[in-house]
Design a protein around this ligand. Sequence first.
Ligand SMILES: Nc1ncnc2c1ncn2[C@@H]1O[C@H](COP(=O)(O)OP(=O)(O)OP(=O)(O)O)[C@@H](O)[C@H]1O
Ligand SMILES: [Mg+2]
Length: 166
Amino acid sequence: MRALIETEKLTRVLPEIVPVTLVKDITLAINEREFVAVTGPSGSGKSSLLYLLGLLDRPTAGTLRIGGRDTDPMNERERARTRLSMLGFVFQFHFLLPEFTALENVEIPMRKLGRLARPAMRERAGELLSSLGLGEHLDKRPDQLSGGQRQRVAVARSLANDPPLI
Ligand SMILES: Nc1ncnc2c1ncn2[C@@H]1O[C@H](COP(=O)(O)OP(=O)(O)OP(=O)(O)O)[C@@H](O)[C@H]1O
Ligand SMILES: [Mg+2]
């Protein structure tokens, strides 16, 4: 079976006057249905690694394959398309859009991908939020939600375009 996410010696070094190494020589393979936790002390580079795996940052060395495809030659458009259709990201800080409701925040990635009709998007967003215990909060904006509720909206948003169908 081909791994969903596969890296070889993935590295990211910031080109400061004194170069800062955020991620060094990470080789891993994550298969379908596999659940993986990245653990380590604060500041050890977990978020930096996830930014690379989520195509939010570019490695300075090493390779990253997603769905068997090398990501290095991808242009920004292809990277954005892969992020939208194959990856879900829950940030350490939720990054919900403040002027939109919980329901709308979850609908946004579906609208951008354009795979479903509008009523189906709304229904799916409502189902995802309800399954995470937010059925009573669909029409609230992020500033009307608790920290944990906001993070769960972010989880629902990360699952909006799952399963991938490209
Ligand atoms: N833009 C930057 N410039 C310089 N150093 C940075 C930058 N971004 C991150 N770092 C450093 O890189 C290291 C890794 O940061 P990262 O956010 O990946 O850690 P983490 O393992 O996710 O930590 P936490 O558990 O606290 O979330 C940290 O020591 C941090 O100070
Ligand atoms: Mg972190």
